[in-house]
Design a protein around this ligand. Structure first.
Ligand SMILES: C[S@@+](CC[C@H](N)C(=O)[O-])C[C@H]1O[C@@H](n2cnc3c(N)ncnc32)[C@H](O)[C@@H]1O
Length: 359
């Protein structure tokens, strides 16, 4: 063995039982690789494909225990084959998940280059991932800014604590069957489900592919009837023609937008003349509370009354007002437990904006 024929190994101990952790990691890996343009097809005949090239092939798939892959690190050297193994072992009441890549580095001619590859491609990214900026960003994205993972899917399928906001928005919009609603940042599609009860047609966008899948699942019937379409898109580039919708909703999104005026102007563009938007604000009073805890709080933008109104005007809406609603009764109605109701006291801001022209 040369010193450019190495093994790289990472591991972590997790307090989950082996088979549960196996399923979780396979699920997470599938989504995480998809985000990086790599397709992971699990199972005994599974493979890993990057840009139509088969990079990995499953040679052993033992659910709950281990996955072994034959790996092709370089399509320009097809005879070079390495082994990747993902193992799950019980350790002191927890499960150790270990990812090992054996035979790595033969294509790196010089030992210092191998050390350089290790440092640049593995060590530095690991340190960056565990330092505050990237870790805080990951936590914020994972839970709210671009939700992903099983926990986020469970929360956004039925986001109890968001129902009070939904109720205010829906009561302000007073939808009927002639309406055509656009929702921006729909998460798991729970507001949409309520909105569709009015008999309206609707569309929704979210930039998290996992949320788009969940929102479609959550509104399966209406999707099948083509009463709602749910698309992956960014708030500042809505994939719809101008003057399409009669009304718009946005909740839990405003504070995350890097350019809120651009997003609001996009909403205005796709609204018909007279179309109305109701959007939950991003209240400065919430900063650092359970409604906007760290590390999300430092990554959110907050807007007081005048700032919120100014956003609507700058986006071109001509009738703009900020309304404040105490959410306690809405929260009680939605089934929020009594002991948590105090968190909903204190009026929340909503931007209500109407566009009278399309230009
Ligand atoms: C806190 S969640 C709220 C989800 C849902 N509206 C609710 O109240 O349950 C914020 C959602 O907005 C989406 N989002 C954030 N920024 C976005 C953007 N620029 N374009 C599209 N979606 C965005 C996120 O992916 C996430 O699903």
């Amino acid at each position: 063995m040369t010193d450019t024929d190495s093994t790289v190994r990472i591991s972590i101990d997790v307090g989950l039982e082996r088979s549960a952790l196996f399923d979780l990691i396979v699920d997470e890996l599938t989504v995480a690789l998809e985000r990086r343009g790599i397709r992971f097809e699990g199972g005994a005949k599974g493979r890993i494909v990057e840009r139509d090239i088969e990079v990995g092939r499953v040679v052993s798939w033992k659910p709950g225990e281990a996955i072994t892959l034959e790996w092709h690190q370089a399509e320009w050297e097809p005879q070079e084959v390495t082994q990747v193994e993902l193992r799950f072992e019980p350790v002191d009441g927890r499960t150790r998940v270990e990812l090992e890549h054996r035979g790595w580095g033969r294509l790196i001619a010089e030992a210092p280059e191998l050390a350089g590859w290790f440092t640049d491609q593995l060590a530095a990214p690991l340190l960056r991932a565990t330092a505050p900026a990237a870790f805080g960003d990951w936590l914020t994205d994972r839970g709210a800014r671009r939700p992903s993972g099983a926990q986020a899917r469970a929360v956004y399928r039925d986001p109890l604590f968001h129902y009070p906001n939904f109720r205010v928005i829906l009561s302000e919009l007073a939808l009927n069957q002639d309406d055509y609603l656009i929702e921006v940042g729909c998460g798991g599609g729970a507001l949409m489900k309520d909105a569709l009860r009015s008999g309206c047609r609707a569309a929704a966008v979210d930039h998290s592919p996992e949320m788009v899948r969940l929102a479609r699942e959550n509104n399966q019937g209406a999707v099948a009837e083509r009463r709602v379409e749910i698309l992956e898109a960014s708030a500042d580039r809505l994939p719809f023609a101008e003057a399409t919708f009669t009304c718009a909703a946005m909740t839990g999104v405003l504070g995350f937008l890097p350019d809120p005026v651009a997003a609001l102007a996009e909403i205005r563009r796709v609204l018909r003349p007279g179309g109305r938007l109701v959007a939950l604000g991003s209240d400065p009073e919430l900063k650092g509370t359970p409604g906007a805890p760290e590390p999300m709080a430092s990554r959110l933008r907050f807007y007081g009354d005048e700032e919120l109104e100014a956003l609507g005007r700058s986006a071109g809406f001509d009738h703009v007002k900020v309304i404040r609603r105490d959410l306690t009764d809405f929260a009680r109605e939605a089934g929020v437990p009594e002991e948590i109701l105090p968190l909903f006291a204190g009026p929340a801001r909503f931007l209500v904006a109407v566009s009278s022209k399309t230009a």
